[in-house]
Design a protein around this ligand. Sequence first.
Ligand code: MRU
Length: 348
Amino acid sequence: MRYDTLRIAGDRVEILDQRLLPGKVSFVKCRSSEDIFDAIVKMKIRGAPAIGIAGAFGVYLGALQSSAREAETLRRDIGKVSARLASSRPTARNLFWALERMEKAAYGEGDASVEKIRIRLRREAERILDEDKTICRKIGSKGRQVIKKGFTVLTHCNAGSLATGGSGTALGVITASKGKISRVYVDETRPLLQGARLTAWELKREGIPAVLICDGAAAHFMSLGRIDAVIVGADRIARNGDTANKIGTYALAVSARYHKVPFYVAAPVSTFDAGIPGGKDIPIEQRHGDEVRKISGKLITVRGARVENPAFDVTPARLITAIITEKGIVRAPYTKSIKRILGGDGGI
Ligand code: MRU
């Protein structure tokens, strides 16, 4: 059984607190946009599509909280809520994409009452969540084509049901390929251990054989010929295919190229950023040093150790074998294939 990463209970949003997994399944109740902001910043919910979905519901909750009596005042309040949510985490494109959709829904077609706008916002947030389920299914079935019988695959971080509204992106491909895949190598994914805590948990629940490895062991297993493909998710993909994903992804892609192992990215179209020409323009979130200094709250280094903690890195498009989306699999030359998938003019 899969748990919903986010669910609606009346006028409340409940979020599965991923910080407590795999030890405890517990939902946090969000009654305000600020509760959602806090959940995203503290990574109670994480993963690009899930952050987008949470952001959308954050706007809805913000609209419920507003004391506006006129549409224009409500729209102004929504704009403020949206700006606040946009400042939570900078890298995942899906957040900004979802907030843009919510702002559009607030304007809709012309005049509307405050109540109508609230209803529209709820519908739009629910639509974003529902659509993500279908998108994950499509990514899974398209991605299945690149997986051959008996393959062992390696994944990094968590791009599964916890990170989306559905079955996941990279893990969506893996679960859709159940029976074909003989084993999944799971990078533990320091500093916050999304691989060890979340991906290993999801794979166990899905009954898919998994082997947990230290991040630093991936190249070793590639050199032994034990890995047939690498498949990861994405937080933001530039127009030229350069891809931001969890820190450590770039090192995996370099190793994969050296060992001639295909390297796949799986992501919805909402992760592409048509406004960004290349990877160097993708904003990379820098997180608190304590995430590196500590594991589960326990200091593992010298007190006051100097730390740098970028949450993501950028894998250049030339190291990516293909990008699996719900609209199809795109390959180099990426500028052309991405333009096609985004609808010719580069818009989503
Ligand atoms: O910092 P996180 O846990 O939000 O990072 C998540 C990732 O890097 C995922 O691979 C990415 O968001 C894709 S999730 C389908």
